[in-house]
Write a protein that binds this ligand. Structure first.
Ligand SMILES: Cc1cc2nc3c(=O)[nH]c(=O)nc-3n(C[C@H](O)[C@H](O)[C@H](O)COP(=O)(O)OP(=O)(O)OC[C@H]3O[C@@H](n4cnc5c(N)ncnc54)[C@H](O)[C@@H]3O)c2cc1C
Length: 390
């Protein structure tokens, strides 16, 4: 016999940045909110933990004590040995360990009133009738709500269950947490390295943390098979061969391209990596996860009636994502194609030009610091570059 489902105003699946952001907003807005998380926090998430300053605008709980460091300088390198540094003069990103950041964000959702069930993965998801209800089943219970936000990352089940994961390209990313010798930690203090040698696009990174370096590579869809060997070669090139590696893990990143791909259907709304909201220039996804979680919650709260029904949340959410997030992702993709194509096709010339054109790096720092956007810089770039070259 099937047990009656517990009724909620909203269910959130996944307790990463997207899910915690959504649950916090929903609970603060008065919605009785249940969050189901597969693991128990703090849990490791493969991630460089690079948090550009623009991402901080979406976090309204104190996290400064979690910063492992900040970077104000970018070093661009190439296997040929060519490298150059550009400094902003002030920080453009903070570095965090994701287990600690995500646990803090989940606590904030709990403090706002969301009920959090950790260690309780979603097993089955179904959506029914009009106005639409979602039923989530786990090994421990059945839960029902007029709205469910799928925030279960790039490999979670909600996008598949909603029929919304077709043809969203996935790239591979591989991360090593390396206990680096003091000389290497000194060398990278305040500096992020971006290594640009990968075809057809992709990059390697070094992000400095407390006593460790996060070293990794992200490659485009279909190129994941060579990622471990490339990451090992990159670490060796950085002089880190033999340094203790605490964690070596990979995870896909998904990319939504264009405004036509749906991110919601009936009572199911997808946020963060589940919806493919990561940018293809830096593979940055934390900011878009936080933001889309907030937008999904706002769309839900706007339509939450006294009878608990949520009218038109899917349409409102799609419009909000297409207005506030997708233009950035599309601009980042265009920049990514241009920049990585240039540096992998005419490496020496492209590196010399990009070292020389300071404008590029000022624009990049503006975007990272939240003073501008990729879309704005892309539309200005043609003009700025022409002026500079003339
Ligand atoms: C190697 C690597 C490096 C990266 N580096 C950066 C970086 O430096 N900066 C940056 O901004 N972005 C980075 N990203 C991207 C970033 O990690 C993601 O975009 C971000 O984590 C997305 O957040 P999310 O909340 O959507 O998903 P996640 O953080 O993946 O959270 C999803 C949650 O859902 C839970 N879940 C999964 N299945 C279920 C289930 N069945 N039931 C219940 N819960 C479930 C998971 O346990 C997890 O806690 C990187 C990605 C990779 C792979």
């Amino acid at each position: 016999m099937q047990h009656a489902a517990q009724r909620w105003d909203a269910i959130v699946v996944g307790g990463g940045p997207a899910g915690s952001s959504a649950a916090r907003r929903l609970a603060s807005g008065g919605a009785r909110t249940l969050l189901l998380e597969k693991q128990r926090h703090p849990r490791y998430k493969p991630c460089g933990g690079g948090l550009p300053l623009h991402a901080l605008t979406e976090i309204d709980t104190p996290i400064d004590d979690l910063f492992e460091g900040q970077v104000d300088t970018l070093e661009i390198s190439h296997p040929s040995g060519r490298r150059f540094r550009k400094s902003h003069g002030g920080p453009f990103a903070s570095l965090v360990m994701r287990d600690r950041l995500d646990a803090r964000l989940l606590d904030a959702a709990r403090d706002a009133g969301a009920q959090v069930h950790e260690g309780e993965p979603l097993r089955r998801l179904s959506a029914t009738g009009a106005p639409g209800r979602a039923i989530a089943e786990t090994a421990l219970g059945r839960y029902e709500a007029p709205l469910l936000i799928g925030a279960d990352g790039a490999t979670g089940p909600t996008a598949r269950a909603a029929g919304l994961d077709d043809a969203v390209p996935r790239s591979a990313a591989w991360e090593l947490e390396i206990e680096a010798p003091p000389a290497a930690l000194d060398h990278w203090a305040g500096v992020a390295n971006i290594d640009v040698a990968y075809r057809p696009w992709g990059y390697g990174w070094v992000f400095p943390k407390q006593g460790r370096l996060s070293v990794g590579i992200v490659l485009p869809p279909g190129h994941g098979r060579r990622i471990r060997a490339l990451t090992d070669a990159y670490a060796a090139r950085l002089g880190l061969r033999g340094a203790p590696v605490h964690i070596a893990r990979g995870h896909p990143v998904r990319y939504r391209r264009g405004t036509r791909r749906p991110v919601a259907r009936g009572p199911l709304l997808l946020a963060g990596d589940a919806a493919g909201l990561a940018d293809e220039f830096t593979a940055e996804g934390i900011h878009y996860a936080l933001r889309s979680g907030r937008l999904a919650a706002e769309a839900a709260l706007d339509g939450l009636g006294r009878d608990g029904a949520t009218a038109d949340a899917a349409a409102r959410y799609l419009a909000a994502v297409n207005r506030e997030i997708q233009p950035e992702l599309d601009a980042a993709r265009a920049i990514s194609r241009m920049y990585y194509w240039c540096v992998s096709t005419w490496a020496a010339l492209a590196l010399r030009v990009s070292e020389w054109v300071d404008y590029l790096w000022r624009a990049f720092f503006r975007v990272m610091r939240g003073e501008s956007t990729y879309a704005r810089e892309l539309s200005r770039a043609g003009l700025g570059l022409t002026r500079r070259l003339l």
